[in-house]
Unconditional design. Sequence first.
Length: 425
Amino acid sequence: MRDQPLPAPDIALAQRLFTELQQLSFDGRGISRDSYGEGEQRAHDVLHRTARALGLRVATDAALNLYMTLPGTLPGAPAVITGSHLDSVPCGGNFDGAAGVLAGIAVLAGWVAAGYRPQRDVTVMAIRAEESAWFPISYLGSKAAFGLLPPSAMQTPRADNGRTLAQHFADRGADAAQFLAQPPWLSAAAIACFIELHIEQGPVLLNSGIPLGLVSGICGSLRYRAARCVGRYAHSGATPRGHRQDAVVATAALVTGLHLQWGALEQEGHELTVTVGQFATHPQQADFSKVSGEVAFCLDFRSRSPQTLSLMDAALRRLIDDISLRHGVRFELGEQTESAPAQMDPALLADLTRAAEQQRVPARVMPSGAGHDAALFAAQGVPTAMLFVRNANGSHNPAESMALADFAAATGVLAALLARRSDTR
C-alpha cells in the first residue's frame, strides 16, 4: 500500500449519509438519537444497509454494537478498528459521534471502489450508548463489547423514561441474559489499534484557525449526578436572616467555593474543569414567597490526572462540612460515578502527525476534555489514537457546525493511518 497512491475516501457518500441521519433524527429543534431507542436504531439501520451495499462483512455483538469490516489478506491477524458512536444527547447535533463512523465508511468505500484490500481486517465500529445522558454509565457500548459491563447494569433505568437497560435490550431484539452469558466480543490481543475521529467539542481549533486536532490524552471524570442540599422551607417575609436554613444560599456558596478552588488548583499547574450542570429548586414546593428548603444539583470534575480529581473531591468534602455548619443545611451527594483518564499511543500520534504533514493539513496536538470510547479502548491496552475535526458552536447542541472540507481533510489523514497500520510490513 505504501508504494501506490492511497484511494480517496468517498466523501460524497459521507455527505449523503449525514443528510439522511439528520432527516431521520430531527426532533423539531435538534438531533435526538436515543441510546438503545428508536433514534439510535434508525442510524444503525442506515449504516448496516450501507455496509451491505458496499460488500463489507457485517456483524453485531450481543449488545448490538455494529461491526463493518473490509477483510484483509491475512486472516487471523489483529484487526485495525476505527469508528465512534451513533447516539446523541437529547436535542443535540448531527456530527457528534456520527462523524467518526461516517469517516470510516468513507475510507472503506474508497478502498472498495479502487479494488484495494488491506493486509489486516479493517473494521468500522458503530458503538452503542456512548452518551451517558440516557443511561448513567460511561462508555456503555464499548464496555459491553469488552465484557466489562456488570450484571447490575441491566437494571439501570434510562433517564427519560425509567425503563431498564434490559428492557431496552429487549425492545431492540437483544436478550440481556444471553448477553451476560456470552464471552466478550472484543479483546485487546485481537486488535492492532483503535482510531477514533470526532468533532472537537470546544473552541480551540476554531479560535486557532486549525482544522485538525491530534489528541494526546483524554480526561477522566468524577461526577455526582444526583446531589442535593436540604435546608428548611420558611416564609420569605417572616424569617430573619439568622434563622434561615436556605438551601439556595448554601448551594450557591458551594458553587462559589468550588470555582475558587478550581482557580487555585490551576494556578498550581493542575489541568481541570469543574461544572455545575444542573441547579434547581423543587418544581412544586419552591415559591417566590418561600425560603427554599431544597436544591438539586450535579457536579462534573474532569482532568487527565487522577491526583487532581482526588484533590478536587477532597476540597468538595471540606467545603460541604464548612457550609453545612454555617448555614444549617445538609448535603447529600448521592452516588459517585467516574471514568479513568487515558493517554493516546505515542507511536500512533507520531504517525498521525506525519500523515497530516504529508497531506499538508494544519494540525495541533491537544488534550480532550470530553470523554470518548477511545479512552475505554486505551484502558484495555489497545494502542489508541484520536483525531479532532474543527467544529463551530461547541457540541451537545443543535448548532454543531463542521465544514465538509475539514471533515474531508481529517478523513484523508485517517485513511493514511488506517492504511499504514493495516499493512504488516
